[in-house]
Write a protein that binds this ligand. Sequence first.
Ligand code: ATP
Ligand code: MG
Length: 421
Amino acid sequence: MSQLIQSIRGFNDLLPPVTAAWQYVEAQVADLLGAYGYSQVRLPLLEKTELFKRSIGEVTDIVEKEMYTFDDRNGDSLTLRPEGTAGCVRAAIQNAAISNAQVQRWWYAGPMFRHERPQKGRYRQFHQIGVEVFGIADVDIDAELILMSARLWRVLGLRDVRLQLNSLGSSEARAAYRDTLVRYFEAHKDLLDEDALRRLHSNPLRILDSKNPAMQAMIEAAPRLLDHLDDESAGEFARLRAILDSAGIEYDVNPRLVRGLDYYAKTVFEWVTDKLGSQGTVCAGGRYDGLIEQLGAKPSPAIGFAIGIERLVELLQEVGAPLPDGAPDAYLLIFGEAARLASHSVAEFIRDRVPGLKLQMHCGGGSPKSQFKRADKSGASWALVLGDDEIAQQSITLKPLRGEGEQRTVLLAEIAAALAA
Ligand code: ATP
Ligand code: MG
């Protein structure tokens, strides 16, 4: 026998019943985004490598070591998208969606690809639902994104996520702070690990979110970006905080929150939980006012966030939030030849009469015992039994499969009322 072919490490199959939970979560997010006036975009999974290098930044985890990059047949270097923002900005520019200072509120959903070490909450193909807003400089929109995500957690019944908030300031202020930080780290060079040494001059801010315990005290005492904000960013950050305070949103100001991608400036935020171990960030985002100009278009302010769907679903499972399992509501059992002949018509009749009913029909005959076994296994709440008696009387027998309740036979024409009762 030839060897079985397995999937690629870090690339997961999503199967029932988990897919039902995914559909539910995705539908809740789509409804909510629609209700806030956001429109969906569907963009390519593959882009030119240059797009990610120029937007995410050469000295980032993603571009340095996580991208799936290969040469196309004509020699072009292509990359499977590691995140959604770069493609959205590329599409907005290319399709002139932001050329006249238009405001766009976009969302997307789909797989992202990063060559990371697979572990719980960290995969090589993973899924995000993300939001990007173009054309609004005011922190009104920063607040909208945060309130919108807070509502999503409420809708999903999640109370275990907390908002971490920071401001990275303008890119000029950040550049000045960067020098201060490099001087500080140089003075403590003996404490820096290999990763930090490598980043000391290329991306020193990233050292701030190192998880290395040996460096924590030194990092804790480092000069804080929040104390070096430009006046404009400081004012905006204060106003954002005031809006969140008045809206009753709790948050922690986390001066070490720097985000891993170069394009961020001013507001950055993450929603984190302590219920998922070290992969605790379920949603992350921030402002990237400089990116559109950096990609060659007229400058326009922009902000966005992305939710990691795997982590969100894992968290919902972890805290026991109610999630659908995709089981049918009813399972149709068919006994006898006359019933078997009529069963498809009867099933269609029921589907017409009870819109929305998830009805699974038994196929292929078999003894009552084996059919009831299947019905039970399907997870349905009701067995609908169609025998030759029922056919003769144009009726159907309802038998509850879970919990209390009596079996009864009702006229087929009254099936909707019977199931509702
Ligand atoms: P982390 O610090 O956990 O590596 P990140 O800063 O690289 O996250 P972002 O690029 O901001 O993550 O992506 C937004 C969200 O997407 C994350 O908060 C997380 O929920 C999810 N995510 C990112 N990378 C992965 C992955 N490899 N597997 C599963 N989910 C991921
Ligand atoms: Mg990462």
